[in-house]
Ligand binder design. Structure first.
Ligand SMILES: *Cc1c(COP(=O)(O)O)cnc(C)c1O
Length: 373
């Protein structure tokens, strides 16, 4: 491998191409390309088994899955969410005519702070959309208690949380619904794709109708649905990738351990600790660049970039800093001190299954070097 080839923050998992050919031959043979074909059905079943959940609906992407999740529960008015996420979390609300209300995060977990959720509730609040940021589980018990007390729906944006388990169960079983993304940058991907995890078959059926224009049968359309269907090509690729996912997850977890050990003694660099009782997925490797470090976060970011290491400032800017949100009262940085502070300090280092020990050494070396400069 070329010593100087750029290292991106992530790299899609792509099994050997020859392994894909039998799947494509089957699609060509049976001429079933979309609308819940055989591979689509197989992938739903395989994912339920793999993730330890009962009902999954596949989608064309995670954003349409988020939009459909909100639609399916009839969410309106205001939804409390985190500013510390990918912009699709809030955009999915806007496309439903819902107003996002930003609450601050807990600086120890980077997830919504339950106390701040409760403080943000108004008579217009109908739901909470927390994000399991970097796959680190939210305080699901506290959020559940708040939701019950105020009769609010909870939709988890679980785009980062594929295969994450807590105390032996899938983190995707909490709240009313959980939404996954299978985008190429995610731990498990189908090039583009997503899914909704439902608690029961009636909910799944309703969501399956909504993602197919609201069509129930040949002569019945029950709701103004959308086209959110996953094609047979994407589903076939997902089935192939599932065969490789355990090894890929193990490699990610090993890289996570490697980084933690190698960075432990660097002054001013802090790694986000794992939560107790959690099987993590190694989806991201965020570090905080603190005052004790001899360069700013942006200086380190640029230094890495100049050396061909493309780390990313997830999540900077905050969602609440983008023009369509920043005039909202809840978007005021004074309302979001922890999120604002972390957005200024965070840097996500490259992590993907094929990241080599030499590449990690190179990245860690650059961070240490900047430290001495
Ligand atoms: C990736 C991502 C999404 C969007 O998923 P797509 O499949 O790209 O539409 C939503 N929320 C979060 C937190 C994400 O990281």
């Amino acid at each position: 491998m070329n010593e100087d080839a750029p290292i991106f923050v992530t790299q899609p998992l792509l099994p050997p191409l020859d392994q894909l050919m039998p799947y494509l031959e089957q699609i060509w043979a049976n001429k079933y390309v979309t609308n819940g074909g055989p591979f689509h059905q197989q992938l739903e079943a395989a994912l339920c088994e793999h993730l330890g959940v009962k009902h999954i609906s596949l989608f064309a992407n995670g954003t349409i899955a988020l939009m459909t999740a909100l639609q399916s529960l009839g969410v309106k008015g205001e939804v409390i969410t985190t500013p510390y996420s990918f912009v699709a979390t809030a955009h999915a609300m806007m496309w439903n005519g819902i107003k996002p209300v930003f609450a601050d995060i807990d600086p120890a977990t980077f997830n919504l702070d339950p106390a701040r959720i409760e403080a943000a509730i108004t008579p217009a609040t109908t739901a909470i959309m927390p994000v399991h940021c970097y796959g680190r589980p939210c305080d699901v018990q506290a959020i559940d208690t708040i939701a019950r007390r105020h009769s609010l729906k909870v939709i988890y944006d679980a785009a980062h949380a594929f295969a994450v388990r807590q105390d032996g169960t899938s983190v995707l079983t909490h709240g009313d619904l959980s939404v996954l993304s299978f985008h190429g940058t995610k731990v498990f991907h189908t090039f583009e794709g997503g899914a909704i995890v439902s608690p029961d078959s009636a909910t799944k059926r309703h969501i399956d109708n909504l993602k197919n224009f609201g069509i129930v049968d040949e002569v019945t359309v029950s709701a103004p649905g959308i086209n959110g269907k996953m094609s047979e090509f994407n589903a076939a690729f997902g089935l192939l990738q599932l065969k490789h996912i355990e090894l890929a997850l193990d490699k990610r977890r090993a890289i996570d351990r490697h980084y933690r050990e190698a960075l432990a003694d660097v002054p001013g660099i802090t790694c986000l600790p794992h939560a107790a009782g959690v099987v993590a997925n190694g989806a991201y490797f965020p570090i905080l660049v603190g005052r004790a470090y001899h360069a700013s976060r942006d200086e380190l970011y640029q230094k890495l970039r100049d050396a061909g290491v493309v780390a990313r400032r997830y999540f900077y800017p905050l969602i609440s800093d983008f023009p369509m949100y920043r005039t909202m009262p809840s978007a005021d940085p004074a309302n979001l001190p922890a999120a604002s502070q972390i957005a200024r300090q965070v840097l996500c280092l490259p992590i993907f299954p094929d990241l080599s020990a030499d590449q990690i050494k190179r990245i860690v070396g650059l961070i240490r070097q900047a430290c001495r400069a």
